[in-house]
Design a protein around this ligand. Sequence first.
Ligand code: FMN
Length: 411
Amino acid sequence: MPTDVRAESRRQFLRFLAESPLLYGMGGALAATRAFAQEDAALSGTYDFKGLIKSADDALNVWDFETAMRAKLDPGHVAYLAQGSDDLGTIAANRSGFKKIGLRARQLADIGNPDMSVELFGQRLNSPIFLCPVGAQKMFHDEGEIAVARAAQTKNSLQILSTVANSSVENVAAARGASGWLQLYSTSDWPTTQGMLKRAEDAGCTAVAWTIDIPSRNLELVGRFNPADDPTCQVCHSKFTGTFAMRPMFDGVNMSRVRMGLGGMTWSYVDQLKKGTKMKVLLKGIVTREDAALAIEHGADGVIVSNHGGRSTESLRGTIDCLPEVVEEVRGRIPVFMDSGIRRGTDVFKALALGATAVGIGRPYIWGLSSFGQAGVEKVIDLLSRELRIVMQQMGTAKLADISKSSLQAL
Ligand SMILES: Cc1cc2nc3c(=O)[nH]c(=O)nc-3n(C[C@H](O)[C@H](O)[C@H](O)COP(=O)(O)O)c2cc1C
């Protein structure tokens, strides 16, 4: 194995060790993993030598919020947020994929203030960085999705609300004061699904993103924590409150007769969704050219190249590696979005250069939310936008449409 590949693998291994919530509270092991984390972070240039940030404004990059989040959340929730499928190999691939792509800087291009704005289905947004659907955000902060909606409003960013959010689509839309999208987890009962679509439409959502990447999956980290062991967890995890009690998208629905998930669903469900809503219909979780072709055949208005942040198939394929074949198949007929592993402005730039119209972040804004609520989410958006602005200046690209593969080199 070449030395640089070995060093990168070691860094990733150290990082995962350091990130493992299982290692919390394990005395010597904890001290050792801290040292590992410092070495890893120092090598990758992300170590904050001053320690924990005290306010959102102190953050220099999104990783600062990751550290701050760990100090705020209890270990079970850290595990829920950090976890991925099987051995977390796809989470690693989401990051290492970006490191296989170099950037070809162009000098003396005199790019003063690059235009990062983008139009998505008629809505003009400040930047191509959107907030992915992440369920149950009151687990991370008391204001949950409402704080995120307010941040989306101040930064003019797109928020995609999860079906399993802790806040209703109506309240979130009111807090945001602008259109957003709904993410859909389909149910076995069409009237229930249709009811959610109708509520989203009435609340001003312009698009629905149907998540199709988890027919089933294997997540283990969070299984190490048993809420029954901790009485404070019982408030939310009690079997009496039930899974859907804190999920307002299911208010008024008798969930005892409704199953969640993709059981029995095939591509014809896309046709059904298209007929059942006025909103644009996107498919979230497309990672192959074959499925991109089927998405178009069935009338999808857009696709999101995503592996659920390494929480669906343990494919060992980063989404940045999946993006080119999808873009090639789509040939500009519908927009291609992408998420999973975006942590830097350079990552955003590379995805756009490979043909993405906009890119989503999941964990980074949740780190911000967990640490400092709305202010944390805003700062995460600011940091990534600032980094994107810098790389656009360095690449000589004055607007998003100028970004192309000519700035990239495979390493
Ligand atoms: C804690 C957590 C909860 C998530 N919940 C949902 C969800 O409810 N619906 C969905 O489509 N994707 C969900 N995702 C996946 C995100 O939408 C997104 O694809 C992923 O987080 C992007 O990767 P990143 O976290 O590396 O940025 C979740 C991800 C995390 C980390």
